[in-house]
Design a protein around this ligand. Structure first.
Ligand SMILES: [Ca+2]
Length: 282
């Protein structure tokens, strides 16, 4: 055999070897993809139910110095509010311009960041003064759904399976994280809340909250809130489902997570819901 033939055979063997390695395994997973462990179920205890404005189309909720901060959506009805927890009374309110559809909010270093859905803007407010003082408007190329922060970076959802980690003040992108559970990509990620190193997320039109590992993007746990409002509300809920429609048809879906780091309790609600519930995770 000639020298060139030996070289040809060696190259052929190397190519075949590479092809074998990239073939799917028996489970249908490629060697590049790490299998996602099954999510654990997180149980909870309901501690309190507080009044909530049934006209509030809740898009963002955050605990701040004994109050709840709330961003409400819908074009022409969007607002930024400070809410007394136990009475549900709105102590401070700013109505946004009529063309704005507001979304999530979070506070980092005394600056409140409020998203808009498709206005491609993020509004910055000085949270130390009420009524809140507008500091700036920053451009944001994608849609805005939910926002939280890890103490250094803002974390933004846009209704897909992606979370965007960005720098405060500039919104410069640090990283994009894809969220997956054992069945694949998890889309429709909405309102967010950082709790003890994990990102908790509402998923639009689903009755649960996800617990997401911010490093791997894997869904580590799930809080099942199926029929939560019906089971726990003392209000007449008939206004949420007019004849021939469901509460979901009317947009009244689970949305809004706030965390009190001292009490270690969560405040959860939904769009147009009559109550905000305080729960503790077990
Ligand atoms: Ca939140």
């Amino acid at each position: 055999m000639k020298k060139q033939d030996w070289i040809y055979l060696i190259i052929l063997a190397l190519v075949m070897g590479c092809q074998e390695q990239s073939e799917p395994s028996d489970k249908g997973e490629t060697s590049q993809e790490q299998a996602v462990p099954a999510s654990s179920v997180i149980s909870y205890t309901v501690l309190n139910a507080f009044p909530h404005d049934t006209a509030a189309f809740t898009q963002g909720l955050e605990y701040y110095k004994g109050q709840l901060l709330e961003s409400t959506g819908l074009t022409g009805k969007s607002s930024l509010r400070a809410v007394d927890i136990s009475s549900g009374k709105v102590s401070s309110r700013i109505n946004l311009d009529k063309n704005i559809f507001a979304e999530g909010l979070t506070v980092l270093h005394d600056t409140l960041y409020q998203l808009s859905w498709q206005n491609h803007e993020v509004y910055l407010w000085d949270v130390r003064k009420q009524p809140f003082q507008k500091l700036a408007t920053l451009p944001w190329s994608g849609e805005g759904w939910g926002i939280t922060n890890d103490g250094n970076q803002l974390i933004i959802s846009e209704g897909s399976d992606k979370l965007y980690f960005v720098q405060p003040g500039t919104l410069k992108l640090n990283k994009v994280l894809s969220i997956r559970d054992q069945y694949g990509a998890v889309n429709n990620l909405n309102e967010l809340e950082m709790i003890d190193g994990y990102i908790y997320a509402n998923r639009w039109q689903y009755d649960y909250i996800l617990k997401i590992d911010p490093v791997t993007g894997f869904v580590a746990g799930i809080i099942n809130l199926q029929d939560f409002l019906v089971k726990n509300s003392k209000a007449d809920l008939s206004y949420l489902s007019k004849p021939g429609t469901t509460a979901t048809d009317n947009g009244a879906v689970l949305n809004g997570i706030a965390f009190d780091p001292k009490k270690k309790t969560l405040y959860i609600t939904g769009k147009l819901w009559p109550e905000i519930f305080e729960i503790r995770l077990n």
